[in-house]
Design a protein around this ligand. Structure first.
Ligand code: GRF
Length: 196
């Protein structure tokens, strides 16, 4: 059984989709052992607690990169975590942590990387940029996390149309629906291929 840590910062809808799919045995071989949030305000924490999953709030505030790495690694070791799932986690992981978990950290990004990604491209800003650029399609990317921002090896991508009258909010909803499907699909692929 692979121990999962899911990192969130907001509503955690991607985390919920994954946990629900695990509960319904649509994802097998993995157990969510920890939901970690960068802020106590994350709506997803309530859901995790109600699902019986241990939670932790880990703020980067006032910590050095070294202290952030050591603090996160201590938590991950305590839960014997095998795979880290970033699901709307807005903080950058320190290099020391990324190196320790090389090939064992996944992220989801609401665009077709390499388009509209990297520093400053998150949340609604992504969809605003897609619409402003006049794109006729966008989509979702699930990728491994490396030392860069949204630069790791791509695991799975899926596209969707962009319509002329789309607002960023309407487009975000269309993209999020795909996120909730593709993340679980990507996780199942990883679980079936990776030997831990
Ligand atoms: C999603 O759009 C995801 O692609 C991005 O952050 C957003 C988080 O949504 N990384 P949620 O917290 O999973 O609802």
């Amino acid at each position: 059984m692979i121990n999962l840590a899911i990192f969130i910062s907001g509503s955690g809808s991607n985390m919920k989709a994954i946990v629900e799919n695990i509960k319904q045995n649509k994802i097998t071989g993995a157990k969510p052992v920890l939901v970690l949030s960068s802020t106590a305000k994350a709506g997803g924490l309530e859901y995790a607690k109600n699902s019986g999953i241990d939670t932790a709030v880990f703020s980067y505030k006032g910590l050095s990169n070294e202290q952030i790495s050591d603090g996160l690694i201590e938590l991950l070791d305590k839960y014997d975590v095998d795979l880290i799932i970033l699901a709307g986690f807005i903080k950058i992981l320190p290099e020391k942590l990324v190196k320790k978990y090389q090939g064992k950290i996944l992220n989801i990004h609401p665009s077709l990387i390499p388009k509209f990604c990297g520093k400053g491209f998150y949340g609604l800003k992504v969809h605003e940029a897609v619409i402003k650029a006049g794109e006729t399609e966008t989509g979702v990317t699930v990728h491994y996390v490396d030392e860069g921002v949204d630069t790791g090896q791509i695991i799975l991508q899926r596209s969707c149309p962009v319509y002329k009258d789309d607002t960023p909010e309407v487009l975000q909803k269309r993209v999020l629906k795909i996120e909730h499907e593709i993340y679980s699909e990507a996780l199942s692929v990883i679980l079936s291929t990776l030997s831990f």
